[in-house]
Write a protein that binds this ligand. Structure first.
Ligand SMILES: [Zn+2]
Ligand SMILES: [Zn+2]
Length: 327
């Protein structure tokens, strides 16, 4: 395992980074539809950021999560970051599409390593499609197996490195949305793949302290490196900055996928000032789903208690009136 993944022990400080290979994000992502059944569309969209960096987007009609999946191609092997929300290859031909995109070397397709930003089902449901394929290795999704596999022995500190042959991808722990969340930095393009840790949409907070520490850690990590764009796992905001309703399969006028170092630097202060429930920022929304559910449950219980109280009072008043008229 360690022959595949060499641990980089924060030795990159002071390292000179070459200019990132430029790429394009000039793309209109499939917006889904108000009525998906009446609007047949391709389940998977492929965009070449540059020839060796492919961005795959699952249609909102195939699954409302509309995940982004990233394929990075090196000279010895390729890396797939996440496998999206759909297991069924008939509905989502992810494995076939990825294999078709892999170049050949010595008469065979390049070996593929699959890693995950975290273990939520919408980031790993497609694993099943790759399970029986030769030359494909799938990293575990949950701690502690995932961190052992990647060599992040001092979790959540330290940086692991995945060597793809002429292309190196670094791994940083970014828990807070999920205890095992990781982000990936590609030295070739300067892209930072942030999963659900940072995306233009709802940042669902499981552990606010871990989240803040991750934001500081990621900002510190990127300080020494060129960061061209931060690419997350979903787009949930329109150009007007408003979130699509949860479960929406239509994303009209989506804002761009990419965030910047500036957005990451805004995250620690945003988390420090978080009210624990919901807060809108220009490029993301902080939300604690558990707290919000509890608040809704408390509000529903309070309403219920109030209506029972009001009902009893009305009943008592009616009884008194009835007694007065019979007297
Ligand atoms: Zn998630
Ligand atoms: Zn997700």
């Amino acid at each position: 395992m360690k022959t595949l993944l060499a641990v980089a022990l924060m030795t990159t400080a002071g390292q000179a980074w070459g200019a990132p290979v430029p790429g394009s994000l000039e793309v209109h992502w499939n917006a889904g539809a108000p009525d998906c059944a009446a609007t047949p569309q391709s389940p998977l969209q492929v965009h070449a950021y540059e020839p060796q960096t492919l961005i795959l987007r699952q249609s909102p009609c195939a699954d409302f999560e509309a995940n982004f999946v990233y394929l990075l191609i090196g000279s010895d092997r390729a890396l797939l970051i996440d496998t999206g929300a759909v297991a069924d290859p008939q509905r989502m031909p992810l494995a076939k599409t990825v294999l078709d995109l892999l170049p050949a070397k010595n008469g065979a397709k390049l070996p593929l390593l699959i890693v995950h930003t975290h273990g939520h089902a919408d980031h790993r449901a497609g694993d099943a499609q790759f399970a029986s394929l030769p030359s494909v290795r799938i990293a575990p999704t949950e701690l502690p197996e995932a961190r052992t596999f990647l060599g992040l022995d001092d979790w959540p500190n330290g940086v692991a490195r995945i060597d793809l042959g002429g292309r190196s991808v670094e791994v940083v722990a970014t828990p807070g949305h999920h205890p095992g969340h990781m982000s990936f930095y590609d030295g070739r393009t300067g892209l930072f793949f942030s999963g659900d840790f940072l995306l233009p949409g709802r940042l669902l907070i499981d552990d606010v302290d871990a989240y803040r520490d991750s934001a500081v850690r990621a900002a510190e990590f990127l300080k020494a490196r060129p960061a061209t764009h931060i690419l997350g796992g979903h787009i949930e905001l329109g150009l007007d900055g408003r979130a699509y309703p949860s479960g929406a399969q239509h994303h009209p006028r989506e804002r761009p996928l990419q965030l910047s170092r500036h957005d990451l630097l805004a995250l620690p202060a945003a988390l420090d000032g978080f009210n624990g429930f919901y807060a809108r920022h220009p490029t993301f929304i902080l939300s604690n789903p558990i707290h919000n559910l509890l608040a809704i449950a408390v509000a529903v219980l309070a309403l219920l208690a109030l209506s029972i109280y009001a009902g009893r009072r009305a009943l008592r008043r009616r009884r008194k009136q009835a007694q007065a008229t019979t007297r």
